[in-house]
Design a protein around this ligand. Structure first.
Ligand code: FE
Length: 130
């Protein structure tokens, strides 16, 4: 996969202020505010920054958290996981492998088959409806 490396100025030109805050500054949208937390349409959720395929709607479930929640990514290599100790919590950050966009966090309290909950900001996603 070709990695995308843009300056903040370039991202600011391409993204809305809210998309920039969430994706490039590790922001979080308020719960129950995003476009996709209650979306049940089929398709592929892509990175709003670079179009990388991130999550299939088939793997989405209603976690009740107020954020889009998935049990697994489209492909493990399309995302990157890293330790995030900010805000006094030990969490695992999920970002886009291709462009480095902050997507959300993954928690070990999801349903089977993976037992994982990828808790993702709607702001960082664009649903490619199928
Ligand atoms: Fe991306």
């Amino acid at each position: 996969m070709d990695e995308i490396d843009k300056t903040n100025a370039q991202w600011q030109e391409q993204l809305t202020p809210e998309q920039f805050r969430v994706c490039r500054e590790c922001g979080t949208e308020p719960a129950f505010s995003g476009e996709y937390y209650d979306c049940h349409e089929p398709g592929i959720y892509r990175c709003i920054c670079c179009g990388n395929a991130l999550f299939d709607a088939d793997s989405k479930y209603d976690s009740g958290s107020g954020w889009p929640s998935f049990v697994q990514p489209v492909k493990a290599e399309n995302i990157e996981l890293s330790d995030d100790d900010s805000h006094g919590m030990a969490r695992v950050e999920v970002s886009c492998e291709r462009c480095g966009a902050h997507l959300g966090h993954v928690f070990p309290d999801g349903p089977q088959p993976t037992g994982l909950r990828y808790c993702i900001n709607s702001t960082s996603l664009a649903l490619d409806r199928s």
